[in-house]
Design a protein around this ligand. Structure first.
Ligand code: DAH
Length: 343
């Protein structure tokens, strides 16, 4: 009797079909639940006479195994089906692009300055950041006791009587290096890092960037200087920008001037940025002092030239309204991200 039930049940279980998790659970309860068939059969098994016990025991185990593997099989099928029901990936969707970071505002401005002067035929020159006294001071007509040579202003690496080794305080040193190795006509700009012994604040830093410019040829006049800088400013800040030159002093130029541009914010009417004056100072310039030409082996009776120097941070501050110099070097991506389309 019990043997018939078991063999019939084995056949029955093999035929079972179910596709939902709920149905599978019902089947499990029917066969393996507390009041299910298996428990019922185990109860009946106690009554089985000894001589049949072995045979019935084997059959019971076979039934249990069949039920368990059937349940596994049904479960596997339903998860496979539900995977198939998941929305398919849209293979025509555009890929997620890698985010590539952004161009640093100083890099963008540096490139723009180079582009503008390249259009006027200026080449790009480089010089070392670790310099000697000659290229930073002496060849540029700085007298021996000039305050710029002071420890308070300059980072000295090595001091000796002949030729101190120091971090360049301006890119004007590249003027000297270029004149030493090239014959006029010379038309070059030199972008680069410079270092000064300054306390770091919103308006000053011990490391910043400059672009030096130099034009040496026969018959170069102050008018050439003025026209070149006017062209630069109109390209950089817009064609309605104006310039004014104020007399100044640098050891390496004579005459020397500082150049202002009409305020980029208020266009010259007076605002906070230009402190009500309508003008913003952007660079120093002048006619190269004959002593400087001679120190680098250029005949000052034949050649003349102009030079200028500007701070890249300052130009970028005016262009992008950056209020604190320190932001350029903190690498805060909230700041840097704003310039992603700068080039
Ligand atoms: N070297 C000057 C500085 O660091 C900037 C400068 C002024 C450069 C006048 C020049 C120039 O070539 O003619 O402040």
């Amino acid at each position: 009797m019990i043997k018939d039930i078991i063999t019939k049940s084995i056949e029955e279980v093999k035929q079972i079909q179910a596709s939902t998790a709920e149905d599978i659970e019902k089947i499990r309860i029917r066969y393996l639940g507390k009041k299910g068939l298996m428990n019922d059969l185990f109860a009946q098994f106690k009554e089985v006479p000894n001589e049949h016990r072995k045979e019935i025991g084997i059959l019971l185990n076979e039934l249990k195994g069949t039920i368990q593997s059937k349940l596994e099989e049904l479960k596997d099928k339903t998860t496979a089906v539900s995977d198939n029901n998941k929305p398919q990936e849209d293979l025509t969707k555009p890929a997620n692009l890698l985010s590539l970071g952004s161009i640093h505002p100083l890099t963008a401005v540096r490139k723009e300055i180079i582009d503008i002067f390249s259009r006027l035929g200026f080449t790009v020159e480089e010089g070392p950041e670790i310099e000697d006294d000659w290229h930073v001071f002496s060849a540029l007509n700085f007298p021996q006791e000039h305050p710029a040579r002071d420890m308070q202003d300059t980072f000295f690496i090595e001091t000796n009587k002949e030729n101190n080794v120091l971090l360049r305080t301006h890119t004007s040193s590249v003027q000297v290096r270029t004149m030493e190795k090239q014959k006029p006509p010379i038309r070059m700009i030199a972008p680069g890092r410079v270092f000064r012994n300054e306390a770091i604040s919103a308006r000053a830093h011990c490391m910043f960037h400059q672009v030096e410019g130099l034009y040496i040829d026969k018959n170069i006049s102050f008018a050439d200087l003025k026209q070149t800088l006017l062209y630069f400013v109109k390209e950089m800040f817009g064609s309605d920008t104006q310039i004014r030159l104020r007399p100044s002093y640098f050891p390496f130029t004579e005459p020397s001037a500082e150049m202002d541009i009409s305020c980029t914010i208020c266009k010259g009417t007076g605002c906070n940025i230009c402190k009500g004056t309508g003008w913003l100072e952007i660079l120093g310039c002048g006619m190269v002092d004959p002593n400087v030409l001679e120190a680098s082996g250029i005949d000052s009776n034949v050649y003349s030239g102009f030079a200028f120097g500007m701070g890249i941070e300052r130009i970028a501050m005016l262009k992008y309204d950056v209020k604190d110099l320190r932001q350029y070097f903190e690498n805060d991506i909230r700041f840097l991200n704003q310039f992603s389309s700068a080039l």
